[in-house]
Each structure stands twice: as structure tokens, then as C-alpha cells.
Ligand binder design. Structure first.
Ligand code: GDP
Ligand code: MG
Length: 508
């Protein structure tokens, strides 16, 4: 009776309508402004509350289940592929341990970067990320995808800038709202602890028994403008975004047709996405609000604004749609919107199917970063040994190089590296701090890390990047195919027509 629904208020009578409303007539729902709800109460639940009207005629969500292959008919196939995936993930871990970790440790990469690659990164479910300016419809889309619209636990959406929260949806066998502390204790998200309480206060978790959440975790990053005002200095927002971007399997940037001007916000996001363009999609959402004759112009404007900021050779993939159950506004190009929605859903499903390829790619990205770092330290070291005279003071010489790397051409040639996010470029300042913590002359040159019996760790790392990791993709594909063939022949033997959906759905 406190006006704040909690898990006990869930829809016990199963009519799909939250309980506070159960005693009114079921169709008309007043906004309950006059309720006894305490103001300025920042309980996590408050931010997840849905309040408002349920439209009389909702669009069907059946195609979501179909295109994301959430039906039970796919269970056996999914299970078989999951088993293969597990084997490959263990292979990735093995390669990490044997080829990446040695240099990561030797050159103290963790003191340089807060990027990690350990069990949660390897074994967690695929991550679907929604980003973009405030009010593009991110929360609405997530509610739609998870069948969580118009429930007591719907992510709050609204025309007003809402308090900026990172919404994190994961699977659980019952619906439960989590606060930041609980989330940061979760295996997958424990890495967020390093951003401190400032971020934890901005995390909102929602666990639900949901078919899609069995396969993926979903995260909404609030628009930067929302956050800037509220939490500017409480936690490093960009670093937190980067944490999610690094782990994302697919990233959707959601835009509102009424706000297409690409401000510093979009610029910053796209800069952080450098190198990840192939996993990034644009959603021009709320397209039902645009007149059909205007739609092409609006769409072109968005692409025009964004393309120059992306470094991929191909134009970005754009979906123009209206992703909620709400009926389209009158006169909206319904067929187009629906076709685009289906393409979006298939794309999302493909991201799930490619999760192992993505893991391999992110292991490689990490391996390349560790390699770059090792080479960077090696470059400093070589310079050091070239300038160290027999009687020179080693600390003085090291300091001189570390403080003025430009005099020693250490960073020359780095400018030719393209498609590297600003967040990845080696930075003399960062290395200055790094070497303050770890004196330069205490490191070994790369050539000195080799041993007669075990070879050179840098060679091992090169081989992992060029061969071992890429080869896992082929191994996975083969094993998955034969596992599926196995099921199909078993299905045929049992007289079960298991032919439907051999991998991809071909319907559109
Ligand atoms: N017309 C229309 N409005 C939408 C659509 N999707 C979301 N909205 C509205 O846009 C507003 C912002 O949505 P929200 O999900 O909070 O955006 P977020 O800030 O990106 O999470 C809300 O008032 C939604 O009702 C859509 O497809 N069409
Ligand atoms: Mg939102």
C-alpha cells in the first residue's frame, strides 16, 4: 500500500495489468499523480516504474519470438550449439592463459589500462547495447523486445529527461529489481566495481524470466546530456561506456527523427566506437511520427550527419522503424516500418549466432593491445639502452626519456595507425605515470624474455593473434555444423520433421 510496487505486487491474477490498477475498470488508467508516493524518493524501483495508459489495440509481438528464434522448437538446436560454444570458449581461455597472459603480466599491462580479459569477459552471455541521446526510445525498445511493456517492472520511459540510469537486464527465474551494489556483485558485471560508488548509484538492474534474456544481457546507456548535468564528476562516464562497448556484441545507436543534429554527444560516442563499426547499427526510431514523404529526407540527414564520423568503409546500417507495441500513427508507412523491424530483429538474432566469433574477435583485440604495450615498453627500453652510457645515472636517463619521449622519436609512426579509438592510442602522459609506478630499467627487453625451451612469448602472442585465435572460428563452425547435422538426422530418425529453420530463417 505504499504505492511502490515490489515483487509482491506482481501480477498475481495474471491479467497482464499491474495490480494497482486491478480494481479499476481495466481499460482506462489514470496517471496516478495524486498517489501517496513520497517525492524525491530515489529507491531503485521508482525509476523502473511504468505509469500511464495501455493503448487499446497493441501490435502483435509474435514475430519477435519467431525471428529471434525464442520458440521451444529451437531448444534442441540451441543446446547443441551451446555445448560446442562452451568448448571453444575454453579454447579461448587456454590461449589467453598461454599466449596473452604471460606478456600481460610481464609488462604489467594492468597498471597501464583498466581493460581486462578474464573469465567474465570470456564466459558471459552476449551483450546487446543500446546507446544514443536522451529520448530516442531506448528504454521503450528494450521493454518491447523483452515483452516488458506496461508492467510494473517496465523500464521507465518518458518525454521528460528522466534520471539517467544505466539499465541492465539479465535473466533470473523470477522478476527482481537490483541496485548497483547487487549488480556489481554479479559475475558478469563485477568489473564495474572499479568505477566506484558514483557509477553504482547509476546502475539499475532488472532480472526477469524471459526467453531473450536466457540468451543475451541487455544494457541501456543513458544519453550523455542527461548524465552530464547530474553526475558530471561522480564517475568517469566515458570509461564506463567504454567498459560496455568493449563487451558488446552488437551496439544500437537510437535516434529520434525530431532530434537529428549531431552534437558533441554523438561525436563522442562514435569516437569510442572506432574499430567497432561492424558491430554498430543505427536505429531511426519513432519513424511512425514522420510523414512518409519526409521519411527519406530525414533518413538521409541522419546518415549524412553520422557517416563522416565513422571510419568504416561501408555506410552504417540503418533501421527506420517504430519499436514498440503501440499502433503506428495514422498514415505511417506501416509496411516499410514492419519490414525494417523484421530486418532489425534478424540482425539481432545474427548477433546471437555470431557470439563466438565476437568473443574470438575481442580476445584478438585484447591480444593486440597487450602486444602494442609490450612493444611500446620495448621501444622505451631500447632507447634507454642506446643512451645509457657506462657511468650514467640510470634513473636520470630513464626520466629524461620518459619525460621527453618526443626527443627520442618514440611516438613517431604512431600517427599512421588508423582506425584506433582515441582511447587506445598510446599516450606519453599515460606512459609517464606507468613508468613512475614501474621503473623503466626494471623491465626486460622483449628479446631477453625468450628462453631456450619455451621460445619467445612475443612470438607466441603473434602466433595467437595471426593463427590460433582465427582458427578457432573455423573449428567452431565445423563443430557446430556437425552437431546440428547430428540433431537433424536424429530428428528424422524419430520421425520428427526438424527441417524447419536450418540455421537462418529464410522468411521475411
Ligand atoms: N511515436 C513514437 N513515440 C515513441 C516511440 N518509441 C518511444 N516513444 C516515446 O519516446 C519517449 C522517450 O522514450 P524512452 O524509451 O524513454 O527513450 P530513451 O530516453 O532513449 O530511453 C517516450 O515518451 C516514448 O513513449 C515510437 O516508436 N513512436
Ligand atoms: Mg531510457
Amino acid at each position: 500500500g505504499d504505492g511502490i510496487p515490489n515483487e509482491h505486487d506482481t501480477d498475481r491474477d495474471g491479467d497482464g495489468i499491474p495490480n494497482e490498477h486491478d480494481d479499476d475498470d481495466g481499460e482506462e488508467h489514470e496517471e496516478k499523480e495524486d498517489d501517496s508516493e513520497p517525492e524525491d524518493d530515489t529507491k531503485p524501483e521508482d525509476e523502473l516504474l511504468w505509469e500511464g495508459e495501455i493503448p487499446a489495440q497493441l501490435r502483435s509481438r509474435d514475430h519477435i519470438t519467431e525471428l529471434l528464434q525464442l520458440n521451444t522448437e529451437f531448444n534442441a538446436r540451441e543446446k547443441a550449439v551451446d555445448n560446442v560454444a562452451e568448448i571453444i570458449l575454453r579454447d579461448i581461455k587456454r590461449i589467453y592463459e598461454s599466449a596473452i597472459k604471460p606478456l600481460e603480466t610481464l609488462y604489467k599491462y594492468r597498471d597501464l589500462s583498466n581493460r581486462h580479459f578474464s573469465d567474465p569477459e570470456i564466459f558471459s552471455k552476449p551483450l546487446v547495447l543500446f546507446m544514443g541521446p536522451w529520448s530516442g526510445g531506448k528504454s521503450t525498445i528494450i521493454n518491447y523486445l523483452t515483452g516488458n511493456e506496461y508492467t510494473p517492472h517496465s523500464l521507465r520511459s518518458g518525454a521528460e529527461p528522466s534520471p539517467a540510469y544505466f539499465n541492465i537486464l539479465t535473466w533470473g527465474n523470477e522478476t527482481e529489481v537490483l541496485d548497483g551494489t547487487q549488480l556489481a556483485a554479479d559475475y558478469t558485471f563485477s568489473g564495474l566495481q572499479k568505477f566506484g560508488e558514483g557509477l553504482e548509484e547509476r546502475l539499475r538492474g532488472l532480472k526477469m524470466p524471459n526467453k531473450l534474456l536466457e540468451k543475451v544481457n541487455i544494457v541501456e546507456i543513458p544519453g550523455i546530456l542527461e548524465v552530464r548535468k547530474q553526475v558530471s564528476r561522480l564517475f568517469p562516464f566515458n570509461d564506463a561506456c567504454q567498459w560496455f562497448i568493449d563487451r558488446a556484441d552488437i551496439i544500437f545507436l537510437v535516434y529520434d527523427p525530431a532530434k537529428l543534429d549531431v552534437g558533441p554527444e554523438t561525436e563522442a560516442i562514435l569516437d569510442q566506437l572506432k574499430g567497432r563499426e561492424y558491430q554498430t547499427r543505427i536505429i531511426l526510431n519513432k519513424a511512425d511520427t514522420v510523414k512518409p514523404e519526409e521519411l527519406l529526407r530525414v533518413q538521409s540527414a541522419l546518415i549524412w550527419n553520422i557517416s563522416p564520423l565513422m571510419s568504416s568503409a561501408q555506410p552504417p546500417l540503418v533501421y527506420t522503424s517504430s519499436l514498440w507495441s503501440h499502433p503506428y500513427q495514422e498514415g505511417a508507412p506501416a509496411r516499410l516500418l514492419l519490414a525494417q523491424e523484421r530486418a532489425f530483429l534478424r540482425d539481432l538474432r545474427t548477433a546471437v549466432d555470431k557470439r563466438i566469433e565476437h568473443k574470438i574477435a575481442s580476445a584478438r583485440r585484447f591480444a593486440v593491445r597487450v602486444r602494442n604495450h609490450a612493444k611500446m615498453v620495448d621501444c622505451y627500453l631500447n632507447t634507454y639502452y642506446n643512451h645509457k652510457t657506462l657511468f650514467g645515472n640510470k634513473k636520470r636517463i630513464a626520466d629524461e626519456i620518459i619525460n621527453h619521449p618526443q626527443n627520442y622519436h618514440i611516438y613517431e609512426g604512431l600517427s599512421t595507425l588508423t582506425n584506433i579509438s582515441r582511447y587506445d592510442l598510446p599516450d606519453p602522459e599515460v606512459y609517464r605515470d606507468f613508468f613512475r609506478l614501474n621503473p623503466l630499467y626494471e623491465f626486460k627487453k622483449l628479446s631477453e624474455t625468450c628462453t631456450y625451451f619455451r621460445g619467445c612469448p612475443i612470438t607466441k602472442l603473434d602466433v595467437a593473434i595471426a593463427y590460433d585465435l582465427p582458427e578457432l572460428a573455423g573449428k567452431y563452425k565445423k563443430m557446430a555444423e556437425s552437431a546440428l547435422a547430428n540433431i537433424e538426422s536424429k530428428g528424422a530418425a524419430d520421425g520428427e520433421p526438424e527441417t524447419k529453420g536450418s540455421g537462418k530463417s529464410t522468411k521475411s
